[in-house]
Ligand binder design. Structure first.
Ligand code: 5GP
Length: 205
C-alpha cells in the first residue's frame, strides 16, 4: 500500500498518474466523496461521487477502510477493491490526506509505505492552485489556508519528496517503490527459494 499525501496543488495527482502509466502492477484506490465533481472529473475514475446519506451508510456498514472530513466534504476509501487487489498480489496507490494515512497506518503498518509531497515554495503552490482554474477564488483561498495545517504532518511520513521538477519527483517515487518491493519481508517465498539454491536444486529462472 503506497500512500501519497500533500497539500492540494503540490503535484500529487500528476505524480500518481505518471506512476500508474509506468507500473502495471500498481492500481489506484478510487475514493468515495461527497464533494461535487470538478469539470473533467469522471465518476469511477477520479472518485465515486456519492451523496451524504450513501456515505453515512458506507461508514455504518464498515465498507470504508478509512474516512475523513476534508474541506467540508467527506472522503473515504472503499474497502473491497483494496482487499481484492492486494489478494491478487497487486500494489495499491492511495491519494489520501494525513487523517486517512493515520488510520491506514494503525491497521496495516507493515504493509504501508507513505510519501509526503511538498511544493518547492508557497508562491508555486498558489500558482498551481490558481492555474488549475477549476476551483473558485473562495475555494483556492480555503485550500491555501489549509495547506499549512496539512504540511505540518510531514514528520509522520516515511519519505518526503519536494516537487521542484515533476519528472524528477516521479523518478524519486518510482525508486522508493522499487526499493520497498525489494525489502526482505516483502519478498514472499524467499526462504524456500534460498533453501533450494543451497540444496543445489535447479531454480526456474
Ligand atoms: P480533492 O478535493 O482536491 O480531490 O481532495 C482533497 C483532499 O482529500 C486531498 O488531500 C486528497 O488527498 C484527500 N482525499 C481524497 N480521497 C481521500 C480518501 O479517500 N480519504 C482521505 N482521508 N482523504 C482523501
Amino acid at each position: 500500500m503506497l500512500v501519497l499525501s500533500s497539500p492540494s496543488g503540490a503535484g500529487k495527482t500528476t505524480i500518481a498518474r505518471a506512476l500508474l502509466r509506468s507500473d502495471r502492477n500498481l492500481v489506484m484506490s478510487v475514493s468515495a466523496t461527497t464533494r461535487q465533481p470538478r469539470p473533467g472529473e469522471v465518476e469511477g475514475r477520479d472518485y465515486h461521487f456519492v451523496d451524504h446519506e450513501s456515505f453515512e451508510a458506507m461508514i455504518r456498514e464498515d465498507r470504508l477502510l478509512e474516512h475523513a472530513r476534508v474541506f467540508d466534504n467527506l472522503y473515504g476509501t472503499p474497502r473491497q477493491p483494496v482487499d481484492g487487489a492486494l489478494a491478487e498480489g497487486q500494489d495499491v496507490l492511495f491519494d489520501i490526506d494525513w487523517q486517512g494515512t493515520q488510520q491506514l497506518r494503525q491497521n496495516a503498518r507493515a504493509d504501508l509505505v507513505s510519501i509526503f509531497i511538498l511544493p518547492p515554495s508557497v508562491g508555486e503552490l498558489e500558482k498551481r492552485l490558481r492555474s488549475r482554474a477549476q476551483d473558485s477564488d473562495d475555494v483556492v483561498r480555503k485550500r491555501m489556508a489549509k495547506a499549512g495545517d496539512e504540511m505540518s504532518h510531514w514528520p509522520e511520513y516515511d519519505y518526503i519528496v519536494v516537487n521542484t521538477d515533476i519528472e524528477a519527483s516521479v523518478a524519486a517515487v518510482q525508486s522508493i517503490l522499487a526499493a520497498e518491493r525489494l525489502k526482505r519481508d516483502r519478498q514472499i517465498g524467499l526462504a524456500d527459494f534460498v533453501n533450494r539454491l543451497r540444496g543445489g536444486e535447479q531454480v526456474p529462472g
